[in-house]
Design a protein. Sequence first.
Length: 75
Amino acid sequence: MLVSMFWPQLDWAWALKCSPLILIGLGVETLLAAKGGGKVKYDWVGMVLCFVLVCAALCLYGMAWWMMYGWEYGL
């Protein structure tokens, strides 16, 4: 998001096409953690914190987009 503010001409279509790799990587990490025979334990506080951070980042990105392009679209 920070790069797109300094270089708005960059095409981010490739990043959107590769974004499912993040979920695949998280799945592989979970499988590797469970492979050792140990019990996989999810940290609920960490998951809630990640959710809050992602929501805040999306809101800030939306505000930055609105400040840069919203006037052109009449928003």
